[in-house]
Design a protein around this ligand. Structure first.
Ligand SMILES: [Zn+2]
Length: 169
């Protein structure tokens, strides 16, 4: 455990955006934070959309299926509303706030994230479960489970785009 902790410490000391495998859009957002106040996007006037946005924020640490299931239930009782898909909501939030979740592979039993010294492991170092779907025949291997990290920098930038929040901070 001590050796693992030291390996993580060493990885943090060398951490760099360039070597962290970010896609170009995410890197651009991180390096060029939006500095204008949050616009009153017309979609934010739609009660169904506002509900979906709150739901998205409240379920960021839950599985993707949680958002989708609650959206389906909401739509079943509010037939006149259309709920944005999880993909569309992620894009909306990323464009509006500059905040984009960074997906990382994790153990399907939630033991660890495959980061730092564990980046290249094929199996969980705790429970031994395989990292990737087995025998799918697909060219690109699919992780069995991922976790979205919401980077702190863009969150602070987004907070400061509201005058009251900026003053509080
Ligand atoms: Zn595990």
């Amino acid at each position: 455990e001590l050796r693992t902790a030291l390996a993580f410490k060493a990885a943090l000391e060398k951490a760099s955006l360039d070597e962290d495998g970010f896609d170009p859009d995410t890197l651009h957002r991180l390096r060029h934070p939006v500095q204008t106040p949050v616009d009153a996007d017309p979609r934010l006037q739609d009660p169904g959309f506002k509900f979906a946005l709150r739901l998205f924020v409240d379920t960021t640490t839950s599985s993707d299926s949680t958002y989708n299931r609650i959206c389906q239930s909401y739509q079943a009782t509010h037939a006149d509303t259309s709920m944005p898909s999880l993909h569309d909501m992620k894009k909306f939030v990323a464009d509006l706030t500059g905040i984009a979740p960074i997906p990382r592979d994790m153990c399907m039993n939630s033991c660890v994230g495959f980061t730092g010294p564990w980046s290249d492991l094929e199996n969980c170092p705790i429970c031994g479960e395989p990292r990737y779907e087995q025998d799918t025949g697909a060219k690109e291997r699919k992780p069995r489970r991922t976790f979205d990290t919401i980077p702190i920098g863009p969150q602070l930038v987004a907070q400061s785009r509201d005058a009251k929040n900026a003053e509080r901070m």
